[in-house]
Design a protein around this ligand. Structure first.
Ligand SMILES: [Zn+2]
Length: 753
């Protein structure tokens, strides 16, 4: 369900700057975490591995997996799971299906009509497109809806709220416009869709419509489907609106696996459904509604790309919205396969992608899934040839990701104790296309994944993935930071918020996690619509499947290295530097808010706002705000400094220790310690108000959804101007960083023995 949050925009000049000379893989040094001897053996297996993934097979697999709609509970969802199981077994893996029973609402009634000033009934359907065979499977499709919207039948005036962000409601308040009793219409983008009805409800709205404006992924971006990839007028973005910042997975079984006899919450006690009914629509349905709204003209940055005058309302336009679901329990089928490790079988390296889709789902999720399948087959083939990983490898294909990461959350919650103690890493992919390798995840894996990206070739330029990523990174860096970007040994990876199956592993269990995919050069605009299918993908995305092969090579090699390394290849220097960066951001956030408050209060005292408002259309006059106190960051600074010192010492010792001829048996105690290191960055009590989320460095933002908030406890407290909470959260984060520094220092001592 992940929506690419970071499309790399690169000019032609940047592409020309990439040297086109093909670079053959000739690893200069040893692989991180390997001794010289084991490094050579590993490289031989990796060379064999890289040759195996086949674009032709990935294309055939995609065609097979996307032949029919395969959402949770559909016949083809189960059919796919059984087919996937067979693929794993045929490749020599020990595989089975693990079933959970989860709450998955599907549409029973959907109605959206304008009742004044004129009558208009929205179509709420995606018509078949000539030439695209699967777009005709309308009777098997889940129609456009937002899963976990509460049932409702509401009527009210229509108000346009831009993206529906908190700042958009501030703007409405300045204009004296209330959404109380209204149905709001918000455009997709800038925040996760589930946040829009949540904030609307908090402001008193009774219903919420979310539409795709052509400014986002429609005709301003490219030709629309089927001529081009961009979103067509009736194409709708489906998606979950569950309140996923509280907890994820099955709404009825928070924190425990949704097994047959798990204790389930009654529907009335569930807190994660929306408070008001929600329905998504395309811009063909939105245009008559938006153009009927009267009242204030929307501010400049609220205007989308429809050929209308965007107005806010409320005015003459009134709408009637009905949303009703079948609230059924449905089975999800997780396919779980393993190769048992030879020397450390209890330690687990996990790699997964989901297999369910909203409709036919070629980009999301099958593009990532076919890469995973080819890795799995290649690893199976290496095993037949005698390759024997030290640690146990688990490959999983999750069901039920789209509604609420159901399959992965329930599996991870069921096996939580084992996973927390033994999982070395969780590697995820989801939708994927063409362009640049994009990696987000735990920063203790940043150096490691840089090493992998140096050993895989970009299929269309012949440069290594890392060279291409670096060129793009340098182009994007502001001039003042360009030199520092060039000099940094490792390319930075992003932090993970939410939006795919890594969430439970990273944020609930504290397992080092990474999410990988290719983006930036393929088409966009089919996301969560019936047109995300084989026809769309093979015309507008990675049409030759060479980037799917690169994804298989990258992720598969990462799995091999994590499973074979003598010392688990975590590094703490990049983590320490990243945390230092986050602390700097928090300081700037607090000081910026203090300066803003001073300026605001001065303008209130000087009547600046009153003098600049249109006397015939006055704004509500703002009032004096309390001053922002000066926060004490010293504990956080000293904890970060301690981690920086410990990380540097470990890094130096690590490099030297592995130069000596040692074997992995010497490192058993060290590895057991290292596995705890991400866990040190979590708190059993969890984040304020949301105990399911235990990671103190990364979480989806309460008001952003998928978008990550780093050091979330402190950052969100500052944003909410809750200074007492900010101070106590700083103490918790400092304690965790000090504990991490102590663990790293102990690991250094263990290495020196
Ligand atoms: Zn997905």
């Amino acid at each position: 369900m992940r929506l690419t949050s970071l499309p790399l925009v690169v000019s032609l000049a940047a592409i020309a700057a990439v040297p086109a000379t093909p670079i053959t893989i000739a690893p200069s040094g040893d692989i991180l975490g390997f001794t010289p001897a084991s490094s050579r053996a590993e490289q031989e297996w990796e060379t064999k591995f890289r040759a195996l993934p086949s674009p032709a097979r990935m294309r055939a697999d995609m065609k097979r997996l996307t032949a029919f709609p395969h959402h949770v509970g559909s016949p083809y969802d189960r059919n796919n799971a059984e087919w996937l199981l067979k693929q794993f077994q045929e490749a020599g893996w020990d595989a089975h299906i693990e079933q959970f029973d989860v709450l998955f609402p599907t549409p029973k009634e959907r109605k959206l009509e304008m009742i004044s000033p004129t009558r208009f009934v929205a179509k709420l359907a995606e018509p078949p497109v000539p030439g695209d065979p699967t777009s005709y499977q309308t009777s098997q499709q889940l129609p456009p809806y937002n899963a976990y919207s509460i049932d409702g039948d509401v009527t009210g005036p229509l108000v346009y709220v831009n993206y529906g962000l908190p700042s958009d409601y501030d703007e409405l308040a300045r204009r004296g416009i209330s959404v109380k009793g209204a149905i709001v219409i918000a455009r997709y983008g800038r925040s996760w869709r589930g946040v829009k009805p949540k904030i609307a409800g908090e402001h008193g709205a009774v219903g919420c419509i979310i539409y795709s404006d052509p400014a986002d992924d429609g005709y301003t971006q490219d030709d629309t489907f089927p001529v081009g990839p961009a979103r067509a007028p009736y194409s709708v973005q489906r998606g979950s609106v569950m309140e996923m910042t509280l907890y994820q997975g099955d709404p009825l079984t928070p924190g425990v696996g949704a097994t047959k006899d798990a204790k389930r919450l009654p529907l009335k006690d569930v807190k994660v459904f929306t408070k008001i009914p929600v329905l998504p629509i395309g811009y063909a349905d939105a245009k008559p509604l938006l153009s009927a709204i009267t009242g204030d003209v929307a501010p400049r940055d609220w205007r989308g790309a429809l050929p209308i005058t965007y107005k806010i309302g409320p005015g003459r336009a009134r709408v009637h919205l009905v949303v009703k679901s079948n609230w059924d329990i449905k089975p999800v089928y997780d396919v779980i396969a393993r190769i048992t490790g030879s020397t450390q079988p209890d330690q687990l390296v996990i790699r997964a992608n989901h297999h369910d889709a909203w409709v036919n789902g070629a980009d999301d999720p099958v593009a990532g899934l076919v890469a995973e399948l080819e890795e799995m087959r290649a690893l199976g083939a290496l095993k037949m040839q005698g390759w024997s990983p030290k640690r146990t490898i688990i490959y999983a294909a999750w069901d039920g990701e789209e509604p609420a990461v159901l399959g992965s959350a329930e599996w991870a919650e069921t096996h939580a104790a084992d996973l927390s103690e033994h999982a070395v890493a969780y590697l995820n992919s989801d939708n994927s296309g063409r362009g640049y390798l994009s990696v987000s995840g735990s920063h203790i894996l940043e150096k490691f994944i840089n090493g992998v990206a140096r050993d895989v070739i970009d299929p269309e330029t012949g440069a290594t993935l890392e060279r291409r990523m670096r060129a793009a990174e340098e182009m994007r860096a502001p001039a003042a930071r360009r030199e520092a970007t060039r000099k940094r040994a490792d390319l930075p990876i992003g932090a993970l918020g939410s939006g795919s199956d890594y969430t439970t592993f990273l944020q609930h269990l504290g397992i080092p996690s990474m999410d990988l995919g290719f983006y930036g050069e393929g088409g966009r605009g089919s996301y969560h619509s019936a047109y995300d299918d084989f026809y769309w993908y093979t015309h507008f995305s990675d049409t030759s499947f060479v980037y799917a092969r690169a994804l298989a090579q990258t992720t598969g090699m990462a799995v091999m290295r994590l499973a074979d390394a003598d010392v688990i290849p975590y590094d703490y220097t990049d983590l320490a530097e990243t945390v230092q960066g986050y602390v700097g951001e928090l300081k700037r956030l607090a000081s910026g808010m203090a300066a803003d408050a001073v300026e605001h209060n001065r303008e209130v005292r000087d009547s600046t706002f009153i003098l600049t408002t249109d006397p015939r259309n006055p704004m509500v006059a703002p009032t004096i705000e309390p001053d922002v106190p000066k926060l004490d960051f010293s504990a956080l600074d000293s904890a970060t400094a301690a981690l920086t010192r410990a990380a540097a010492a470990y890094n130096t010792t690590f490099t030297h220790a592995l130069d000596a001829a040692t074997t992995s048996e010497n490192y058993a105690a060290l590895n057991t310690q290292l596995i705890k290191s991400e866990h040190m960055l979590t708190s059993d009590a969890g984040l304020p108000g949301r105990p399911w989320f235990k990671h103190l460095l990364y979480a989806p933002g309460v008001n952003t959804g998928y978008g990550v908030k780093t050091i979330p406890g402190v950052r969100e407290a500052i944003e909410a101007k809750n200074w007492t909470l900010a101070t106590s959260e700083m103490a918790r984060v400092s304690a965790a960083l000090n504990a991490e520094a102590a663990l790293v220092t102990n690991a250094t001592a263990e290495l020196r023995r």
